[in-house]
Ligand binder design. Structure first.
Ligand SMILES: [Zn+2]
Length: 259
């Protein structure tokens, strides 16, 4: 389904990581089978029940060793999506872990060592901790999934304060968001609010698109791709090229490590 949608909507490459029905291994295998289409990220995100005890404050050493070994294979060019702080949603119990804990800091240290970005889902409830973490690892690029669903003023502030922060827009381009109506950047289901457009155009090197693919059903996946195209069409050509493609490629870990 993903490859068919990419062909149809003209997407060359996509970052992929595990969800409900896949694993780090199956994601790497898909990238091996489709080189140049899929870019695998490795994840030890706490929505996987087996990973939760380590996140809950137990011993994170084994979990971090697992991530280190995955990254050492060279099959993964990033870490994520790490859902450390995620409101409850359909089929997903809330996660709310301290970002100052050994697991999160260990993930950042591994990202630094393997020179890969971290895609992090942190809601605005733990913004201060996210700021501390970003300042603690200024050389590690953090792709902030959905930009933490922040309002404009916080997006502007966080980007100004943290040069290593990248604001990712998946699920923000949908006409309606199932969890909260103000999560969308669209004012009427189509047009992006002019204030958001102005922010993105003022620093297009800090924003990335995404689809938040889940592959539960074809119609919703199609809506996600169409919503990204609707959004991109409202940017200037220069911003389009950066937000739609170049920024992600620049952030990825070294391709030379792939084997
Ligand atoms: Zn997310």
């Amino acid at each position: 389904m993903q490859l068919a949608l990419m062909d149809r909507f003209g997407a060359e490459q996509a970052v992929v990581f595990w969800g409900g029905r896949s694993s780090n291994e199956s994601v790497a295998e898909a990238a091996r089978q489709h080189p140049g289409r899929f870019i695998a990220f490795a994840s030890i995100s706490p929505e996987r029940r087996a990973y939760r005890p380590a996140w809950a404050g137990g011993d994170g050493a084994a979990l971090l060793a697992e991530l280190d070994a995955l990254l050492a294979t060279g099959h993964y060019r990033g870490i994520g999506e790490i859902n450390a702080v995620h409101f409850e949603s359909a089929g997903f119990a809330e996660t709310d872990y301290a970002l100052s804990g050994p697991v999160m800091e260990g993930i950042m240290a591994l990202a630094r060592r393997h020179r890969v970005p971290v895609m992090l889902h942190v809601e605005s409830t733990r913004m201060a901790e996210l700021s501390t973490l970003l300042a603690q690892f200024p050389d590690v690029p953090v792709i902030w999934a959905h930009g933490g669903y922040t309002p404009l003023i916080l997006a502007r502030r966080m980007l100004a304060q943290h040069p290593n922060l990248y604001y990712e827009l998946s699920a923000r381009t949908w006409p309606r968001h199932p969890r909260s109506p103000e999560f969308t950047l669209l004012r009427d289901g189509r047009e992006v609010w002019p204030e958001w457009l102005a922010l993105i155009e003022s620093q297009p090197e800090r924003f990335l698109i995404g689809t938040d693919a889940s592959h539960r059903d074809a119609a919703s996946e199609q809506m996600k791709f169409a919503s990204v195209q609707n959004f991109l069409a409202q940017l200037s050509p220069a911003a389009q090229a950066q937000v739609g493609r170049a920024n992600l490629l620049r952030l990825l870990g070294p391709a030379s490590a792939l084997r």
